[in-house]
Design a protein around this ligand. Structure first.
Ligand code: SF4
Length: 571
């Protein structure tokens, strides 16, 4: 490969909001329900995600008659279904959970309103697609489907017509169909119902495909919107290919390419796109460069939890400063080891959810036993060290560690109540870190009853809670299967950002008061200014400018190192 190509990755790649919502609903049910869960047709057209769902006992049926268990749960997928079928399944002894995308429901309403006025509906879409079958059901027998302008000629003359699009339709096809249908109707209402996520995805695809030598479209074989993206790209780029996984990629296609654009369908998880991108990077000669080696090292540091352990050690240092305790390397090490151990254990259990990139493969596949042993040994060492401080430290340390080790396993995260408790993961993480980083130094220093230690504990609790919630946001954005054990998933975006902002304001207010009272003003000022890092990051997250998972995690944990640095420089 003579020259390293530029790889452009679509910012719109990954699950669309409708698919994301349907998957989240099904996963939440899998956690809380003790009955079988079915979906009417595959929840999404992505084999890898379907396999992961099957592991969680979420199965798809073609027809409701296949469901034999009374009281089973049936999830209506994002595409929606015809109203007659919905009425039929609601009359059966099933619990029906409607995960129809609100944007598809909007089209249902538009068609139903038109049918009520006695006008005809023309749908521009694939007549065999589940969404179109559902849409047609709302037209009360006055609906017709055309795939594009060519089929408009076969339409009869009509009086009043409403023309709508399948939500994933290509816009140029829809607009051409509108013009073709115009001659067939006395009065034509145009409802451009292509959803915004699809429009954004197509717009970005058109722009990037024009400058690319090769477009790689990642998505399920049966995904209609992935096929449509490919059609768009084939018209614009010299070469375009549709692959389901990186294994489908013909390596010869990469030869001589200067610009490669990677995009994906609405039901392709971000981690699958990342996997393809890292594969292409590796193949194009990038894997051997120093930059790539450093990148791998960085990914290993983040994935293994090494950087998070460093963040915990930094927090320990900050808390000791706040408490006025002498800096103890033992406590710094203890916090780091404790966090490292639990981070590794939790990461190892993220199977089927996260991208098995090179770092993950090395840590959790190739050197799985070594990683597991390291996770156990570092945790055990942290607990042993805590034992040197007496039983009142040893006991809670062992409880926290035990709970953290068991957390990713059934019954704790499977159908158990514990993990289902909203925000349980964030709360437990905050408690564990606050215990090791703030409470233990306080006990040892004899300042546990002093206000400075209370302050350090509250500071650590809130800061780690914010960190953990932001991790949840980043993971959800990467299409990892996170559930309501994450505050973000339990509370939704608005309440999440409101809560995080309130916590930030509370911490800053306390620090301002301390500065005014003249209590360690240098330290309080350092923390006050350093803490502004998080709201800036939150703003980026809020406006969905969320980098890929490894970068996000690095940025989130860097808050602790920044604060430790400022604390160190403070007088
Ligand atoms: S493609 Fe658009 S309409 Fe369809 S499920 Fe996704 S967001 Fe909803």
């Amino acid at each position: 490969m003579p020259e390293r190509p530029e790889i452009i990755v679509a910012s719109t790649a990954g699950f669309c909001p409708g698919v994301k919502n349907a998957i989240d609903k099904a996963l939440e049910l899998a956690k809380s329900a003790d009955r079988p869960i079915y979906t009417l047709g595959p929840l999404i057209h992505n084999r890898q995600v379907i396999e992961t769902l099957r592991e969680k006992n979420i199965r798809s049926v073609k027809d409701v008659s296949e469901i034999k268990e009374k009281g089973a749960i049936l999830v209506i997928r994002a595409h929606g279904i015809p109203p007659a079928l919905e009425a039929e399944i609601r009359s059966m002894s099933l619990e029906v959970v409607d995960a129809t995308c609100p944007l598809v429901k909007h089209v249902h309403r538009a068609i139903a309103a038109c049918a009520e006025k006695g006008c005809d509906t023309v749908i521009v879409g694939d007549k065999d697609h589940a969404e179109v079958i559902g849409l047609l059901g709302y037209a009360r027998g006055r609906g017709r489907v055309i795939s594009g302008p060519e089929e408009a000629a076969a339409l009869p003359r009509m009086d009043k017509v409403n023309i709508v699009a399948q939500t994933t339709q290509e816009e140029s096809v829809f607009l051409a169909a509108v013009e073709a249908v115009r001659g067939k109707a006395r009065e034509l209402t145009v409802s451009n119902t292509i959803c915004k996520p699809t429009k954004d995805r197509q717009r970005e695809t058109v722009e990037a495909a024009r400058v690319a030598d090769l477009v790689i479209v990642v998505g399920g074989r049966n995904s209609a919107n992935t096929a449509r993206l490919l059609q768009i790209c084939e018209k614009l780029a010299p070469a375009a290919v549709h692959i389901e996984t990186e294994e489908d990629l013909d390596v010869g296609l990469l030869r001589g390419k200067r610009t490669i654009f990677v995009t994906a369908g609405a039901s392709t998880p971000t981690w699958m796109v990342e996997k393809v991108v890292s594969y292409v990077r590796g193949l194009t000669g990038a894997g051997s460069s120093l930059r790539e080696q450093l990148q791998l090292l960085w990914r290993l540091g983040i994935t293994s939890g090494g950087y998070t352990a460093l963040a915990a050690a930094a927090l320990s240092y900050i808390c000791m400063k706040l408490e006025g305790a002498p800096i103890s390397q033992k406590f710094i090490m203890m916090s780091g080891l404790f966090v490292l151990s639990l981070h590794m254990v939790n990461r190892a259990e993220e199977k089927g959810a996260a991208a098995p990139d090179k770092a993950r493969r090395l840590l959790f596949v190739r050197f799985k036993s070594a990683t597991k042993s390291a996770a156990f040994l570092s945790g055990a060492l942290a607990v042993l060290l805590s034992g040197t401080l007496g039983w009142q430290v040893l006991l809670p340390a062992a409880v926290f560690w035990g709970a953290g080790m068991l957390y990713p396993h059934k019954p704790f995260s499977g159908q158990g109540e514990f993990a289902y408790f909203p925000a349980s993961k964030d709360i437990l993480t905050a408690l564990g870190w606050a215990f090791f980083c703030a409470y233990v130094p306080g006990i040892w220093h004899g300042s546990i009853l002093l206000k400075s230690t209370h302050l350090a504990v509250i500071f650590a609790l809130l800061l780690v809670f914010i960190r953990s919630v932001m991790f949840g946001v980043a993971h959800a954005h990467s299409d990892m299967m996170v559930g309501k054990e994450n505050f973000y998933k339990a509370a939704g975006p608005k309440l999440t950002y409101l809560t995080l902002s309130a916590m930030f304001v509370f911490l800053e207010t306390v620090l301002v008061l301390l500065i005014k009272m003249g209590w360690k003003p240098g330290l309080a000022l350092a923390l006050f200014s350093g803490l502004f890092y998080y709201p800036v990051l939150m703003l980026f997250f809020y406006f969905r400018k969320i980098p890929e998972r490894i970068t996000s995690e690095t940025l989130i944990d860097s808050q602790f190192l920044l604060l430790a640095l400022l604390t160190w420089t403070a007088r």
